[in-house]
Ligand binder design. Structure first.
Ligand code: SF4
Ligand code: SF4
Ligand code: SF4
Length: 302
C-alpha cells in the first residue's frame, strides 16, 4: 500500500541519510507531547456510515482545500478504487463488500488517528509536530524542513507531502479541526454526518459508548474497539461488524509506534548534524525526487 513517491523517498533518504551521518555532537528535538486525561476523541461506527461522503466535503471546505459541488460526492463510481487521505482530502471514505450482506456495502472513513503516543511527534527531528492537550496531533508548517520522517514513522501512512513545494515544505493531514474545536465548534466532519456515524467527546466517554454498543448488540459488532489499544491507543476509535483487516486497517499490537520512530530518530539523529550537512542531505532528497518525478512524467508522455 506504499505509493511510488513514498517508496522513492524512503530509498533516497536512506542513501543521503548515510552521507549526513558523518557529523557528531549530541542534540535532540524536544517535541511537545501532552497526554491529558481529558483529551477528546471520535468514535467512528462503521455500521452506521452510509458512504454519503459529506464528511469529505465538509473537511475540504473547512480547510480551504479544492472541493467539488456537494452533489458530486454522491457519485459512487469513486468507490471502485481504494483511496487514502492526500494533500487535497484529509479524510476519505472507501467502500467494501459486506461478507454478511451483499446488498449492504460497508463504508469506512479514514483520517489521521491522532495517536496517544504519536510516532510522527517522536520522529520529527525539529519538533514540528505536537500532541495537544485536547488529543489532536497538529504540526507547524513554518518549522517543517521537509525531511518527511513523519511519513516514514506513521503506522497508518497518514501524512502526505506537497511535492510541488520543495522550497517551502508542506505536510498535509487531518488536524482534528483544531481551530474549530478551540472555538467550541465540532470537527467539520462530525458536525455534518447525517447518521451520527461519528461521535465526538472525551475519549473515556466514547470508549464507554463503544463498549455499551457492543454489549447491547453483540451480534452486530465485533468485540473489538480498534484504536482503544492499538499502537498504545488513538483518539479516533472504530466499531465494526467485520474484521478490521477486511477494511484495510493495519494489524497493530499494543506496542507504541514511537518505539520504531525513536529508533529512526535516535539511530540517525542521536548525533548533531551540522546545518550544512542537513541541508545537503535534504537538497539531495529534493533533487533526486524531482528528477524521478520528471523522468516518470516523461515516461508517461511516451
Ligand atoms: S496516525 Fe500517523 S500522523 Fe496521525 S498521529 Fe498517528 S502517527 Fe501521527
Ligand atoms: S476532524 Fe476536521 S480535519 Fe479531521 S477529518 Fe474531520 S473535518 Fe477533516
Ligand atoms: S458523513 Fe457520516 S455517513 Fe457520510 S460518509 Fe462521512 S462518516 Fe459516513
Amino acid at each position: 500500500m506504499i505509493d511510488k513517491n513514498r517508496r522513492n523517498f524512503f530509498k533516497t533518504s536512506a542513501l543521503f541519510g548515510t552521507v549526513a551521518l558523518g557529523a557528531s555532537a549530541t542534540a535532540k528535538a524536544a517535541p511537545e507531547n501532552i497526554l491529558s486525561d481529558d483529551r477528546k476523541g471520535v468514535l467512528v461506527d462503521v455500521t452506521h456510515c452510509i458512504g454519503c461522503r459529506s464528511c469529505e466535503w465538509a473537511c475540504q471546505t473547512a480547510h480551504d482545500l479544492p472541493a467539488d459541488k456537494i452533489h458530486d460526492y454522491h457519485d459512487r463510481e469513486v468507490f471502485k478504487e481504494f483511496r487514502r487521505p492526500n494533500n487535497d482530502s484529509y479524510t476519505v471514505v472507501n467502500e467494501f463488500e459486506n461478507p454478511n450482506n451483499e446488498l449492504l456495502p460497508i463504508n469506512v472513513k479514514y483520517q489521521c488517528m491522532h495517536c496517544d503516543r504519536p510516532a510522527c511527534v517522536s520522529a520529527c527531528i525539529v519538533g514540528a509536530f505536537t500532541k495537544k492537550e485536547d488529543g489532536s496531533v497538529v504540526w507547524n508548517t513554518d518549522m517543517c524542513i521537509g525531511c518527511r520522517y513523519c511519513m516514514v514513522a506513521c503506522p497508518f501512512q497518514i501524512p502526505t507531502f506537497d511535492y510541488h513545494k520543495a522550497i517551502q515544505p508542506d505536510i498535509h493531514k487531518c488536524d482534528f479541526c483544531y481551530k474549530r474545536t478551540q472555538e467550541g465548534k465540532l470537527p467539520a466532519c462530525v458536525e455534518i454526518c447525517p447518521v451520527e456515524a461519528l461521535v465526538y467527546g472525551p475519549r473515556t466517554e466514547i470508549i464507554r459508548v463503544a463498549k455499551h454498543r457492543i454489549k447491547r448488540a453483540p451480534n452486530k459488532y465485533l468485540d473489538h474497539i480498534y484504536g482503544e489499544d492499538e499502537v498504545g491507543g488513538t483518539s479516533w476509535v472504530y466499531l465494526s461488524g467485520v474484521d478490521f483487516q477486511t477494511l484495510k486497517f493495519p494489524k497493530h499490537g499494543t506496542k507504541t509506534a514511537p518505539g520504531v520512530s525513536e529508533s529512526i530518530q535516535h539511530g540517525l539523529f542521536a548525533y548533531f548534524v551540522p546545518p550544512i550537512a542537513l541541508y545537503a542531505w535534504l537538497g539531495g532528497i529534493m533533487w533526486v525526487s524531482k528528477r524521478k518525478n520528471a523522468k516518470q512524467a516523461n515516461e508517461e508522455k511516451i
